[in-house]
Structure formats: structure tokens, C-alpha cells
Design a protein around this ligand. Structure first.
Ligand code: COA
Length: 171
């Protein structure tokens, strides 16, 4: 458990946090391009979404501020094929009302440490090309572009490119 900003605590999500995690995610489903889901997840899909986080190597973390969940971060297996076990996908989401004051940076820095502890070597982020805030967040943390998947998504009537970025924790 690591706190970076005064008054903010980064910790593992508990089951009581899951509805708040989902609320933040579903806001982005409906209003943003941070995820390519198009509709809120059913209860069954939420259970499947949470399933990888039962392993400590793949944490789901939250930023708690004044008793409220300001954002969450996660590490997930990049693939269920075991040769990919050294790699994980990283995601960070912050409540719309809590953006622009370092919540994402704190969640991200904590996840980098958690990944190292879990023996993960390569972190991968998938970011819609128009998602400038996310691109800047990961860029400033040292993630580098490894390619653009062109025109792979469509949301809000717009065809979207997706950039892949990676960070090698052993270099
Ligand atoms: C991207 C997101 C997580 C940033 O959260 P945040 O708490 O506002 O970010 P922070 O305040 O910690 O800012 C960290 C860095 O991100 C970048 N950043 C954040 N918001 C930005 C914006 N609106 N425009 C440009 N850069 C931005 C900056 O580089 C910033 O560092 P700096 O202030 O030192 O320059 C948030 O906008 C979000 O939840 N978006 C929807 C979900 C999403 O797209 N997640 C990423 C995909 S996994």
C-alpha cells in the first residue's frame, strides 16, 4: 500500500469498492474512448472482468480520497497463452470530477512497483490515438510507442486508431 499525494491512499480494491470501480468504468464506456466497450457490463461480464484480479500478480487498485474512490488501476494478463506471462496490460481510470490533480500518476507509479514485485517485465498500454490525456500520462511515465493499429475501432460514429505502448521494467 503506497500513498503519494497527501490525503490520498492507493490500496488494493476490496469487493466493497467494485461498484465504484464499475461506475468510473461505465462512465467511460458511455462517454469516452478510454475503452472500446460500447455498453455497460452485465453482472456476468463484470465477474469475468474482475476474475484475473484474484491473483496477486494482477492487482486491481484504487485511489481513495476522503473516503471516496477517485480512480482505479489494473494489471491484467496480456494473453492467456503462458509464454506471454512476462507481460501484462496496464490500465488507469480516474473519476471525471477528480482528474487533473495527479490521481492517475499515483495509481500508475504504484502499479509499476506492483508489476516489478510480481516479476512482470513488460507492460503494455492500448490507447485510442485521440485520447491525448492518456497518451501524455503514459508517455511521461516512460512508455514508448510500438505501433499504431490503424482504423481498428469505431465509437461515437468515429473510426479510431489505437496506439500500442510498452515499458520494459528491466531496462
Ligand atoms: C487519462 C486519465 C487516467 C488521466 O487521469 P488524471 O488523474 O487526470 O491524470 P493526472 O492528473 O495524474 O496527470 C498525469 C499526467 O497525465 C497527463 N494528462 C492528464 N490529463 C491531461 C490532459 N487533459 N491533457 C493532456 N495531458 C494530460 C499529463 O502528462 C499529466 O502530467 P503533468 O500534469 O505533469 O503534465 C483520465 O483522463 C481518465 O481516466 N481518462 C479516461 C480513462 C482512460 O482513458 N484511461 C487510459 C486508458 S487505460
Amino acid at each position: 500500500m503506497i500513498g503519494f499525494n497527501e490525503g490520498m491512499k492507493i490500496r488494493d480494491a476490496s469487493p466493497a469498492d467494485h461498484p465504484f470501480v464499475m461506475e468510473i468504468y461505465h462512465d467511460e464506456v458511455l462517454n469516452g474512448v478510454g475503452t472500446f466497450d460500447l455498453e455497460p457490463l452485465s453482472d456476468e461480464k463484470q465477474r469475468a472482468w474482475l476474475a484475473p484480479h484474484t491473483a496477486s500478480r494482477y492487482p486491481l487498485t484504487v485511489a481513495e480520497e476522503g473516503g471516496r474512490i477517485a480512480g482505479w488501476g489494473s494489471l491484467k494478463p496480456w494473453s492467456d497463452r503462458r509464454a506471454y506471462a512476462r507481460s501484462a496490460e496496464i490500465s488507469v481510470y480516474v473519476h471525471r470530477d477528480c482528474r487533473g490533480r495527479g490521481v492517475a500518476r499515483s495509481l500508475l507509479m504504484d502499479l509499476l512497483e506492483r508489476a516489478r514485485e510480481g516479476g512482470i517485465v513488460v507492460l503494455i498500454a492500448r490507447i485510442a490515438a485521440e485520447n491525448k490525456a492518456s497518451r501524455a500520462l503514459f508517455g511521461r511515465a516512460g512508455f514508448q510507442s510500438i505501433g499504431m493499429m490503424r482504423r481498428v475501432g469505431e465509437k461515437f460514429g468515429r473510426v479510431l486508431d489505437v496506439e500500442l505502448l510498452d515499458l520494459h521494467l528491466d531496462s
